[in-house]
Design a protein around this ligand. Structure first.
Ligand code: GLU
Length: 430
């Protein structure tokens, strides 16, 4: 790139940050970081009724959460109405625009072809026959999107505009305005929309449409950002797991996809599991603590070094943070969820109660109360009774955790500690 790259993300704060907009932001950021340019933020809040501060706050928070940073302070279109009106006056004076009551319209000359070389789709051309005169300033004095967009993109020196395919029809209109001001338009790249796996418009039933929903569902920002990037770009060696930093080093606009991307929740979930697995126990423990606290658990009941051990034990067993508490609630409270099927099968038989009573008796004085000695105690008891260790392990797991799956029983028992284990085993014999 021979000129300094300046890109922008221009959200309208009229709702939450859609996954597609999150992806748009990511790609603009990638372009800036890859080519040593600037990534600016512009708040397109010209619709004063539908724009709300809470939406803007959420959007900025979601962008930060995804790992994006921007250069300088965002500009707000709602503060710039005077500028748009002055720019419209310029076009009136030049004879390319006219007043219609309080509104200002742009004269579209018929019979012209407006063409541009899209960075993703290649040449796109439209005939002006298909275009009506374009509103620049509405009768309430607010600017039309296409006009404020061009005024600001040119004022901010934007060199590349990456946005969704839904804006393709706006681009020729915007090019007309650049021409009227005697300006060279920026380069445009329109990204195909994200569809659900069934080819329908992305909706709640595909797993959610907003970045915030995935955050609430226990996805990690690194995984969501990584996945969204793959929905628009194929890394050179087809390596799938890559951080934003790596993507920013390898990114090439040429390798962006021009066909609609299908959102695959199973793949995102797999990827999230990969990111969870790559966390250190202490990093994961911080995330789990925050999640549990938000879910109403009192994590202080478990000392920090135990919480670290729990994170280590479950790191390879959860794909999302949301999956953690249903599997591991028993570490943090006594009224944990119990798998009823498992309880009937493993705890109700009289034989199981006898075994758990015997096991409790052996674990009470066990020294040390550790994974290996617990395992030996269970194996010895099984051998003495002429049964398989599994005949003790299954009921014991149910008794101490209420679950049929999760981390290994001896790991769980060591983490829970003697007092809790013995108490729960005894309770299960009743
Ligand atoms: N505010 C517009 C949107 O959110 C921006 C479109 C553009 O990037 O030009 O769709």
């Amino acid at each position: 790139m021979d000129q300094k790259v300046i890109v922008r993300f221009a959200p309208s704060p009229t709702g939450f940050l859609h996954l597609g907009s999150g992806r748009t932001a990511l790609f603009n950021w990638l372009v800036a970081r890859r080519y040593g340019g600037h990534f600016l933020l512009r708040v397109e809040d010209t619709d004063k009724v539908r724009s709300e501060q809470r939406f803007l706050d959420e959007i900025l928070e979601d962008l930060h959460w995804l790992g994006l940073d921007w250069d300088g302070e965002p500009i707000h279109q709602s503060h710039r109405f005077e500028l748009y009106r002055a720019k419209a006056e310029e076009l009136i004076a030049a004879g390319t625009a006219y007043r219609e009551g309080p509104a200002v319209l742009f004269k579209v000359e018929p019979g012209r072809t407006i063409a541009f070389e899209d960075l993703i789709h290649g040449r796109i051309a439209v005939n002006t026959e298909t275009l009506k005169d374009q509103v620049l300033i509405k009768s309430d004095g607010s600017p039309a999107y296409n006009f404020s967009c061009v005024v600001d993109d040119s004022e901010q020196g934007i060199t590349h505009i990456m946005r969704g395919d839904d804006h393709i029809s706006n681009t020729p209109k915007q090019i007309l305005f650049y021409e009227a001001f005697g300006l060279i338009p920026p380069r445009f790249g329109h990204m195909p929309l994200i569809l659900g796996g069934d080819g329908a418009k992305l909706s709640k039933r595909h797993g959610g449409v907003s970045v915030a929903e995935y955050r609430a569902d226990g996805f990690l920002p690194e995984a969501l950002a990584n996945y969204l990037i793959l929905l628009g770009w194929t890394p050179p060696d087809e390596k799938e797991i890559l951080t934003l930093g790596e993507a920013a080093r390898l990114f090439e606009i040429d390798r962006m996809g021009s066909v609609q991307a299908k959102f695959d929740l199973a793949k995102l979930t797999w990827m999230n599991g990969e990111y969870i697995m790559r966390k250190s126990a202490s990093e994961l423990s911080v995330l789990l603590d925050a999640r549990l606290t938000a879910e109403g658990f009192d994590i202080r009941r478990v000392p920090p070094e135990k919480r670290l051990g729990i994170a280590e034990a479950y790191r390879i067993r959860i794909k999302t943070l949301q999956e953690f508490s249903p599997l591991a609630d028993f570490f943090y409270r006594d009224d944990y969820m119990v798998d009823e099927e498992g309880r009937k099968k493993h705890l109700d038989p009289a034989e199981a109660k006898i075994l758990l009573g015997l096991l409790a008796g052996r674990l009470e004085p066990l020294e040390p109360f550790s994974h290996d000695s617990l395992e030996a105690a269970v194996r010895d008891l099984a051998q003495e009774r002429g049964i398989k260790p599994a005949a003790i392990i299954h009921p014991a797991r149910l008794a101490v955790s209420g679950k049929t799956r999760g981390a290994g029983l001896f790991e769980i028992m060591e983490l829970l500690g003697r007092e809790t284990v013995v108490r729960r085993l005894k309770e299960a014999t009743r």
